[in-house]
Write a new protein. Structure first.
Length: 230
């Protein structure tokens, strides 16, 4: 392939929610570990996560939600490279510092020419910035392959960006851990959000899946692996 092979890897509730509600103060990582009947088996998701690809793609918003901007102590260094898309920006100087001390390399992708990362880039030998005037996910994938020789990427972003990857035909595999939980809420983000199709002529934008593996985990958790049918 002329781009990396991608796997969408996420934790979701049985009704497809990837967070607890419609607020950045709510987050599956921070909240679900407090719920009886869910917290007992949650560790399995993180154990599976540790076996995913060397390159992991996420967003600054997700990183901010899990608290990297406010952390005072560094996490144990991990052998992984993060590709973080952050335009607003959601990351502050402390968050970037934390990530650079956490991962092997931080590749920050942004359309914001005034991103705080530019001011502190010289402090870190493992911080790269990829600037785009307008973000084109297909071009980003090509550039990651050509510049960094990225062969595989695990995508763990929010529902809106996941939706863009889907519509651009940039998801090859899906690896989902389902928690024994119902969340509800029409405004609570799901595995795939973004724009809906509006007519039958757009049915080709939907992606059928081929089941590769189904694993019954402990404490009522399930892992499902699919291949996206092109």
């Amino acid at each position: 392939m002329d781009r990396p092979v991608t796997t969408l890897f996420m934790l979701e509730s049985l009704d497809g929610k990837i967070t607890s509600g419609n607020s950045d103060n709510l987050d599956a990582d921070k909240d679900w570990c407090k719920i009886n009947g869910v917290k007992e088996g949650l560790h399995q998701y993180y154990e599976i996560e540790a076996t995913t690809d060397f390159y992991s793609l996420n967003t600054g918003r997700v990183m901010a939600k899990i608290g990297v901007n406010d952390k005072k102590e560094y996490h144990e260094k991990i052998d992984c490279r993060f590709i973080i898309i952050d335009n607003k920006p959601h990351l502050n100087e402390n968050g970037i510092d934390y990530l650079c001390n956490w991962v092997d390399k931080l590749i920050l992708v942004t359309t914001n020419s005034n991103h705080i990362a530019y001011k502190i880039q010289g402090k870190y030998d493992n911080l790269d910035i990829m600037y785009y005037e307008n973000l084109d996910l297909k071009k980003l994938m090509l550039d990651l392959k050509n510049k960094y020789n990225v062969e595989k990427i695990t995508i763990q972003s929010g529902g809106t960006l996941n939706g863009l990857f889907l519509r651009e035909n940039l998801i090859d595999y899906v690896n989902i851990v389902i928690a024994p939980l119902l969340v509800g809420g029409k405004d609570t983000t799901t595995l795939i959000d973004g724009e809906s199709i509006t007519n039958t002529q757009e049915l080709n934008r939907l992606k059928a899946l081929e089941l590769i593996e189904c694993n019954k985990l402990k404490d009522s958790y399930i892992q499902l692996k699919y291949k996206v049918i092109k």
